[in-house]
Ligand binder design. Structure first.
Ligand code: SF4
Length: 292
């Protein structure tokens, strides 16, 4: 079998969506789609939700053995595979360590409520079994914004999940969505998201500006005049406001490849915060000139 044939057998969708930080990680499909599927801005609910059987996961691990090339980091695919029961996750981790001994770090996406459904003892067991990193969809630190989009979690829930991960030593990475508050909640979104982030120790922050996907509840809200999206320039101004307010003591990678829908910003916080703000100011000034 060629590598292409092996990869074709390992993934059930043509496109897989690991976070940018996992670009070099080996990928193992464990779930497809999201177990929640209610966020109004999200385009993934169309994928439904399914969990691969243990025999299917075992088969894919055997295929991965042929192409992993000693990669020490493995990312489990799916929108929130951390929703699986602890025992099932432990069984999957057991198979991984048995058949892929090069793997030292295992990461995946998780909702905050997936974390909160597990006890401190379960989280510690999962950390000891090799889960090193979770990618958590924060999206916003504002309860009004989270409720507007039916995120199904409050800022307090998300913070409780982050404290639980800090306690058991699992690193976490946060995604945030500039523009998610629309025109009405833009400032609140920037201020409260920055405040929440500043109370924690994320290893990375991945920002993706809001996109109104067709056929989503958000698209209907826009059509009904219930949500006014920001322009890309307004979104960047809001993101700049958020970044200016983030205060972190530990190194944290900040990534946004959607700035003005055409630029990328990558910086280490807190060290490069001022240079990142200057870069944002330059982009804002250039865009204002272009639009005048
Ligand atoms: S944003 Fe995340 S949690 Fe919400 S429906 Fe989409 S994949 Fe699920």
């Amino acid at each position: 079998m060629t590598r292409e044939e092996i990869f074709a057998q390992m993934y059930s969708t043509e496109e897989v969506y690991p976070p940018p930080l996992e670009a070099k990680s080996a990928l193992l499909e464990v779930t497809i789609g999201c177990s929640y599927r209610k966020c109004r801005f999200c385009d993934f609910p169309r994928d439904g939700f399914s969990i691969a059987s243990m025999s299917e996961i075992a088969r894919k691990i055997e295929l991965l053995r042929l192409v992993i090339d000693g990669n020490p980091r493995l990312h489990l695919l799916g929108c929130n595979p951390f929703c699986l029961h602890t025992q099932q996750l432990l069984s999957i981790l057991g198979m991984i360590h048995d058949r892929l001994p090069c793997v030292r770090e295992v990461s995946m996406y998780a909702r905050a409520d997936d974390v909160l459904k597990k006890s401190e003892e379960e989280l510690t067991l999962l950390a000891q079994a090799g889960i090193t990193d979770l990618h958590i969809g924060l999206e916003s630190g504002s309860n009004a914004v989270l409720a507007l989009h039916e995120k199904g979690e409050t800022a307090e829930d998300i913070e409780a999940a982050l404290y639980a991960l800090e306690k058991c030593g699992i690193h976490y990475h946060l995604t945030a969505i500039p523009g998610l508050g629309g025109r009405e909640l833009s400032m609140e979104h920037a201020v409260k998201t920055a405040a929440l982030i500043s109370r924690h120790v994320p290893f990375s922050i991945w920002c993706i500006m809001l996109k109104v996907w067709p056929n989503t509840p958000l698209a209907q809200m826009v059509a009904d005049g219930e949500f006014q999206p920001l322009t890309p320039l307004e979104t960047l101004r809001e993101e700049r406001e958020m970044v200016s307010r983030i205060q972190l003591n530990m190194p944290c990678l900040y990534v946004d490849s959607t700035v003005l829908q055409r630029c990328s910003i990558i910086a280490m916080l807190p060290k490069q915060k001022e240079s990142m703000l200057k870069q944002m100011d330059q982009l804002i000034a250039q865009e204002e000139i272009q639009q005048s």
